[in-house]
Write a protein that binds this ligand. Structure first.
Ligand code: ZN
Length: 243
């Protein structure tokens, strides 16, 4: 079944339409890419895109060219989490639809950001379920310097609680995933948030899907075929049925 383009896909299309010159991905070439997953057609991922029900939503605030990068992992979140919203960030203006979303009483918004940069009274490390509300995780999809600027210069975020991922949660994650550095990509942060929202299956599915995406992406880069029976695919298949 053909799905409608998700929020990140629509944002990418809108951003491309505004570009004065064609965007060229670093090291990019003119080989045809799949519109559903952005990968070269020979390495298309769409057949294994997982379906998993989630209560939580994700709101991506994306730095200017983030939606254009073929390696952007906000795209993967939008593939997995049905209620993913995506907005381009600009210092001087805010999309009214974003303000409407943040004011919608069905959502309980959290800005996900490291607590050490924020006044202590705003910081929470747990998702506290509130009756009749669903958690909405606001992720700043950007490089770290851009994310800091976005956080500081978005007054509409100032009154929201800041969800800071606790260091023990991060250590457990790094151990499990054999990660050494502290830099998490956006879909990894979303997975940690889903875990905090008591949605472990969605969290693990998103992690496994990132591994599959990374495999396809790297194999395409080195012009090697996809290993459909490799570890990443087996793990994803174990967790979720493709939709
Ligand atoms: Zn595809």
């Amino acid at each position: 079944m053909q799905r409608l383009p998700h929020a990140v896909s629509r944002l990418r299309t809108a951003r491309l339409a505004r570009a004065s010159k064609p965007f060229r991905a670093r090291g990019g070439s003119d080989v045809p890419r799949c519109a559903g997953c952005r990968l070269v057609v020979s390495h298309c991922l769409c057949a294994v895109r997982p379906v998993v029900a989630t209560r939580a939503g994700v709101c991506l605030l994306m730095a200017d060219i983030e939606a254009l990068k073929p390696s952007n992992t906000g795209w993967l979140i939008a593939d997995v989490v049905a209620d993913t919203f995506a907005f381009g960030w600009a210092r001087t203006e805010v999309d009214p639809a974003l303000l409407t979303l943040l004011a919608d009483p069905q959502w309980q918004p959290y800005v996900v950001f490291p607590g050490e940069f924020v006044a202590a009274e705003r910081v929470v490390t747990q998702v506290q379920p509130q009756p009749g509300k669903r958690p909405l995780f606001i992720l700043l999809d950007a490089t770290w310097p851009e994310a800091r600027k976005m956080f500081r210069k978005s007054p509409y975020l100032d009154k929201l609680p800041v969800l800071s991922l606790a260091s023990d949660q991060i250590s457990r994650y790094k151990l499990r995933r054999s990660r050494r550095d502290d830099h998490f990509c956006t879909s990894e942060v979303a997975a940690l948030c889903l875990d905090l929202a008591d949605e472990p299956l969605a969290a693990q599915t998103l992690e496994a899907y990132l591994d599959v995406f990374t495999h396809h992406y790297l194999r395409a880069k080195s012009q090697l075929p996809v290993q459909w029976d490799g570890e990443a695919h087996v793990q994803l298949h174990r967790l979720a049925t493709p939709g």
